[in-house]
Design a protein around this ligand. Structure first.
Ligand SMILES: Cc1cc2nc3c(=O)[nH]c(=O)nc-3n(C[C@H](O)[C@H](O)[C@H](O)COP(=O)(O)O)c2cc1C
Length: 322
């Protein structure tokens, strides 16, 4: 009873603060997006683009599953990470689905910037999804933010969805809080994959039926943080970010994965002011040569975390057969 009261009081306090801040305009209020079908390119999409940004593979895996479903529905599908995607081809598609991880409560800055520069998508229907860590923070509004990025380029907004995964935020386990991450060691699971399949079919059926839909953002405490350049603040806790010459095998993975060109692996340099602290380099280095110290602890990457905990991430069966 006491516990329940404590919860109620805490919830009231949080919600009251959020509402007060919303009232003063400090955080974004609720907004919504709806498609204007008068501008629709076609209600019978034949070509689909599924694009994503992914640093440890979660978003890529959902993206591939979405692409597989659309293909099974008879569409011609091109899929891939935006870093390998020809942006100028986007207007030639009849439907676009974009996916992103939630980083620091929002769509990562590199992906937002790329989307702001893509050609106009007038009349092309679009849907968005995010993958996020465990219980997650701000995933609904991040998926909404991604849809907004597409709508700002003229796309017709259809729907959003979010998929929980085991978080890839390396400082959490490196500073001794493995349990917080391992609670979600079974994700993604069958329900995740079913939800992703349903999301792909839903996006398609909305366009085919010219359904009147309304996608809404939510008033949330986390929206305040969205405006605070969190990667910059988080970086303040990082006292070392460098390549260990003895361990580096010059495979080039870190340079390839860094979305902002901050890693020059050939001359073992990391440009820390360019770095957006996405952890892609640490999480993917196959030999642990990317050294990082966060809040006094040595950070080790996602691949190593999976290995130490004997975890094999599941992939959807239809993709495993490929
Ligand atoms: C730098 C970084 C920041 C993150 N920030 C958040 C966050 O704010 N909210 C959240 O729910 N998950 C957060 N996560 C967890 C990721 O969203 C999650 O691991 C995601 O599935 C990774 O996708 P990917 O494998 O496609 O890169 C973060 C992970 C990293 C590496």
């Amino acid at each position: 009873m006491m516990d329940a009261m404590k919860h109620t009081r805490r919830d009231c306090l949080i919600k009251g603060t959020v509402l007060a801040l919303a009232g003063t305009g400090v955080i974004d209020g609720c907004t919504h997006l709806s498609p204007r079908y008068a501008a629709l390119k076609t209600a019978n999409p034949r070509r689909a683009a599924v694009i994503w940004f992914s640093q440890t593979g979660h978003t890529a895996s959902i993206g591939r599953l979405v692409a597989h479903v659309l293909r099974a529905e008879g569409l011609d599908v091109i899929e891939g990470d935006y870093r390998q995607f020809d942006a100028s081809s986007l207007p030639s598609f009849d439907i676009i689905i974009a996916g992103s991880p939630v980083f620091y409560y929002r769509v990562p800055v590199n992906f937002r910037q790329w989307l702001s520069r893509i050609p106009p998508l007038d009349g092309i229907p679009a849907a968005s999804f995010v993958t996020f860590g465990g219980a997650g923070h701000n995933q609904h509004n991040t998926a909404f933010e991604l849809l907004e990025c597409l709508a700002e380029r003229g796309a017709l907004p259809l729907c959003i969805d979010m998929f929980s995964h085991m978080s890839a935020f390396a400082p959490t386990w490196s500073t001794g809080r493995e349990a917080r991450i391992l609670r979600y060691r079974d994700l993604p699971n069958d329900s995740t994959f079913d939800a992703a399949r349903a999301f792909a079919r839903r996006a398609l059926s909305i366009v085919r039926g010219r359904e009147d839909v309304r996608v809404e953002s939510r008033i949330a405490f986390w929206q305040i943080l969205k405006h605070m350049d969190l990667p910059w603040w988080t970086k303040l806790f990082c006292s070392k970010h460098a390549i260990n010459r003895d361990n580096c095998i010059q495979c080039g993975k870190c340079g390839q994965i860094c979305p902002v060109g901050a890693v020059s692996y050939r001359d073992y340099r990391v440009n820390r002011s360019k770095c957006i602290f996405c952890m892609g380099c640490v999480n993917n280095c196959p030999t642990g040569a990317m050294e990082m110290t966060y809040a006094g602890s040595e950070v080790y990457g996602y691949r190593e975390f999976l290995r130490r905990n004997n975890i094999t991430l599941r992939i959807p069966p239809e993709l495993a057969r490929k």
